[in-house]
Design a protein around this ligand. Structure first.
Ligand code: UDP
Ligand code: MG
Length: 348
């Protein structure tokens, strides 16, 4: 059961909050923000629905938060949530989604690679066809570099094996979800929660909406190769125990190879050929050492995961939410009616 209280603002017939929440993770995006807000606002104002934009400032060190605060002055639906430190793209999305109030929520990058104009059609698709998830799927990745396209292709092939065939190819984090899906996601542990895997895995009714991914409008990517590799590694180890089995397979194969080698050495000895023993011994010792190290490393990865899950440390901490401030202001303005004095009936 959802026990969270309804946090102020526009109310809809469903009683929860607004029709649509737009969650935008932002890390040092001051160069693109003015244009992004302009396009997002004109796209959302055209829709005849109540909405909120949850801008999650993921510990930016530039003017992202200041720009958002000043944009709020004449855009009441814009809300700013600031994380205390840079917590990463997925954690920022999580912070925004968990604080969102919409019957539906869509996550979109701030760099205009995902067109805000697609939100309207995605929302209508979900409403008209009774869908819980609408994936924004890149029709063409020509704006990405060759390295990024190739690594993405490999990533999706691998993930499809782990998650299942329902994983849409080339669906990033531009995705619309119903409140039902958000509740299901929230019931999963927060650590290692990778939305692009967990949402398809849940298996709610879904469809894809194709769009052309534009190049970044301004600023530079916040996903260097090291972070991409981290995401791929996390995706595998957070989602499945398959690598543990892989280690067992490698171990098994090397054991077989070892037995074969022993037999070969035995026959070589029998036929009187001298064996240069030192080299083969070294190879076996080193080979087995490597296999053991791989296995120990993989075990360590999972033990670390158990450790962090048991610690249940939050993946992000919110330092500020413009909505809390608005609520405080409203509470202060609220006139409290004085209770009528109750006099005890005479004679008792
Ligand atoms: N982002 C974030 N925290 C981070 C890194 C990125 O909130 O630590 C945001 C970023 O501001 C952008 C989105 O995540 O809105 C996607 O990042 P980016 O466009 O740099 O990634 P790319 O499209 O190059 O993969
Ligand atoms: Mg981008």
């Amino acid at each position: 059961m959802d026990t969270r209280t309804i946090e102020g603002g526009l109310m809809t017939s469903s009683g929860r909050g607004v029709d649509l929440s737009v969650v935008v993770p932002m890390f040092n995006e001051q160069d693109v923000l003015p244009l992004f807000y302009l396009r997002l606002r004109s796209a959302l104002d055209q829709l005849d629905i109540s909405y909120e934009v949850v801008a999650v400032d993921d510990g930016s060190r530039d003017g992202t938060a200041q720009l958002t605060q000043s944009a709020r002055a004449d855009w009441p639906q814009l809300r700013l949530v600031r994380l205390l430190r840079n917590s990463g793209h997925q954690a920022a999305i999580g912070a925004g989604l968990e604080r969102s109030r919409g019957d539906y929520a869509v996550t979109i990058d701030a760099d205009l690679q995902d067109p805000p104009e697609a939100i309207g059609p995605m929302y209508s698709m979900a409403r008209d066809r009774n869908l819980d998830v609408v994936y924004g799927v890149r029709k063409d990745r020509s704006s990405d570099s060759w390295a990024k396209r190739t690594s993405a292709h490999l990533y999706y092939r691998l993930m499809r094996r782990l998650v299942g065939p329902q994983l849409p190819t080339d669906a990033g984090d531009f995705r619309l979800m119903s409140r039902r899906v958000l509740r299901a996601v929230e019931s999963q542990p927060q650590n290692g929660r990778i939305y692009r895997l967990i949402v398809p895995w849940l298996g709610f009714p879904s469809e894809s909406y194709g769009y052309v991914r534009d190049p970044r409008a301004a600023g530079s990517t916040k996903y260097p190769l090291s972070r991409l590799l981290r995401l791929a590694w996390d995706s595998v180890t957070a989602f499945s125990a398959a690598p543990l089995r892989l280690a067992t397979w490698i171990g098994g194969l090397s054991a077989v190879a070892c037995v074969a080698l022993i037999v070969a050495v035995f026959f070589a000895e029998e036929s009187g050929r001298t064996v240069p023993g030192w080299a083969s011994t070294m190879i076996v010792v080193m080979g087995l050492g490597a296999v053991q190290l791989i296995c120990v490393g993989l075990l360590g990865e999972y033990v670390a995961r158990i450790f962090t899950t048991i610690q249940a440390r939050p993946t992000y901490s919110v330092g500020y939410d413009s909505q809390d401030e608005e609520r405080r202001d409203r509470d202060e303005l609220m006139v409290v009616e004085p209770e009528p004095a109750v006099r005890p009936p005479a004679g008792t």
